[in-house]
Design a protein. Structure first.
Length: 334
């Protein structure tokens, strides 16, 4: 019961050589399809688990492929991050890759995280940079690994990036308020150095200005999480009481703001204040919120991130490539 099943055990069970078992678990290896199927079914029945790490170490460096892809991510207090990580993991696994999480809780932890990562033989890194300082991109590049950034472009243009078209997200939110006939409008910003937050504000502000609305109240939450939204609503309660509509740089900010406005200020949403978020995290569709939001195309972002990595591996992608994917507004009840 406690004996670990080996490749030799599987080979003996099926009646094939040990090398045939190895080829059955090696992508692109030459082996009859029927025989591979027999081996894989036997391995599942016996509980055999191939040691991919050992195989990688025994393979010449120029051919070694671990199929490990590190996902560098931060700020799980923002539900968008966990939503994105789940989607990235699913996409990588669909393509036969094994995701590896590096959770950077604080920006200063990044150096230690990268040191840990250097101890693994990973094939590439997908870095979710939206919640990290701009200097983080350069730190990740010290690893000299194939790197794709999400949520923030590489200032040096050395790594490809996949992003939501955040300017267009701001346009969609502004246009929604314009069509509703609202004129006293506010914006709740995330990180002060957040590329996504600033681009959303720019699209929002410029679209409103073109319609004749130039007095837009900008509130600085400083972060993207729920608590930041709740706190900024408390700090700026008088300003919010004078507004008709507010666009938040993330869903988490919007949810925190809604809870404070309803529970502490007694504001009817959307009766007295219309709120739009940005992300379309699963919580946005919960019955207690039904948040109107600009949906980030998370599945497309994850797919494009993998496509970019694959193209980098094949040497087919310009390093300064930026892929922008258009979001869509989801009209619910706020």
């Amino acid at each position: 019961m406690n004996k670990k099943v080996t490749a030799s055990d599987v080979a003996e069970y099926v009646g094939v050589s040990r090398s045939a078992v190895s080829r059955a678990f090696t992508e692109g290896a030459s082996i009859n399809a029927t025989k591979r199927d027999q081996i894989l079914k036997a391995a599942q029945k016996l509980g055999y688990q191939p040691n991919f790490f050992a195989r990688t170490l025994s393979t010449p460096a120029q051919k070694a492929r671990s199929n490990l892809v590190a996902i560098l991510i931060s700020d799980f207090s923002n539900p968008y991050q966990s939503h994105l990580f789940e989607t990235l993991s699913s996409v990588l696994q669909r393509y036969g890759k094994q995701p590896m999480l590096l959770n950077v809780k604080q920006a200063e932890d990044l150096e230690a995280a990268l040191m840990r990562l250097s101890g693994y033989q990973v094939d590439g890194v997908i870095a979710v940079m939206g919640s990290l300082p701009i200097e983080s991109v350069a730190q990740c590049q010290k690893l000299s690994l194939p790197l794709v950034t999400l949520g923030r472009s590489d200032p040096a243009g050395q790594s490809p990036s996949v992003q939501t078209d955040n300017y267009y997200a701001g346009f969609l939110a502004a246009n929604y308020f314009i069509e509703k006939g609202l004129s006293r409008i506010g914006f709740v910003a995330g990180r002060t150095d957040g590329q996504a937050s600033n681009e959303r504000f720019k699209g929002f502000y410029e679209t409103l200005c073109k319609s004749g609305i130039s007095e837009i109240v900008r509130l600085e939450a400083g972060r993207y999480g729920y608590r930041a939204g709740y706190d900024i609503a408390q700090q700026e309660s008088m300003a919010l009481g004078r507004l008709e509509g507010v666009f938040c740089a993330s869903d988490a900010l919007a949810l925190g703001l809604i809870d404070y406005c309803r529970q502490q200020l007694g504001l009817a949403i959307p009766g007295q204040l219309s709120v739009i978020g940005c992300d379309n995290v699963p919580l946005a569709d919960w019955q207690g919120y039904q948040l109107t939001t600009v949906a980030q195309p998370v599945e497309e972002i994850a797919e494009q991130a993998y496509v970019c990595l694959e193209q980098v591996w094949q040497g087919q992608l310009e390093t300064n490539t930026i892929v922008r994917i258009k979001p869509a507004l989801i009209d619910r009840k706020t």
